[in-house]
Design a protein. Structure first.
Length: 95
C-alpha cells in the first residue's frame, strides 16, 4: 500500500472515530481534507475515498449534527454526489 493510501485510510478512520465521539465539526473537517487532498488523483482507491467522504459528510450534515438545519441542503448535495459516483462505478463494474 502506498503512503497516500495509508494516509487516506487513516483520515477516513479518524473521521469515523470522531463521528462515534459526537465530534461532528471535526469529522467534517477530516472529510474536507480527504476531498482536498485526493479529488484529482487517478488512483481508484483514492477516488473511492473521496466519494465516500462526500457521502459521509452529506449524511452528517443532513442529520443536523453539525452546524444545524442550515447545512441540510449542502449535506443533501454532498450525499447525492457520493451516491452518483457509486452508481456510475457500479454500472462500469467497478464495485
Amino acid at each position: 500500500m502506498s503512503i497516500q493510501k495509508d494516509v487516506a485510510l487513516a483520515l477516513a478512520n479518524t473521521a469515523v472515530a470522531l463521528d462515534k465521539l459526537g465530534r461532528h465539526t471535526e469529522e467534517i473537517a477530516i472529510y474536507d481534507q480527504i476531498v482536498l487532498r485526493y479529488s484529482g488523483n487517478e488512483l481508484a482507491y483514492l477516488r473511492e475515498k473521496v466519494a465516500r467522504a462526500l457521502y459521509a459528510k452529506g449524511l452528517t450534515l443532513c442529520s443536523g449534527q453539525a452546524g444545524g438545519a442550515d447545512n441540510v441542503e449542502a449535506g443533501s448535495i454532498g450525499a447525492l454526489i457520493g451516491l452518483i459516483w457509486w452508481r456510475d462505478r457500479a454500472k462500469a463494474g467497478g464495485v
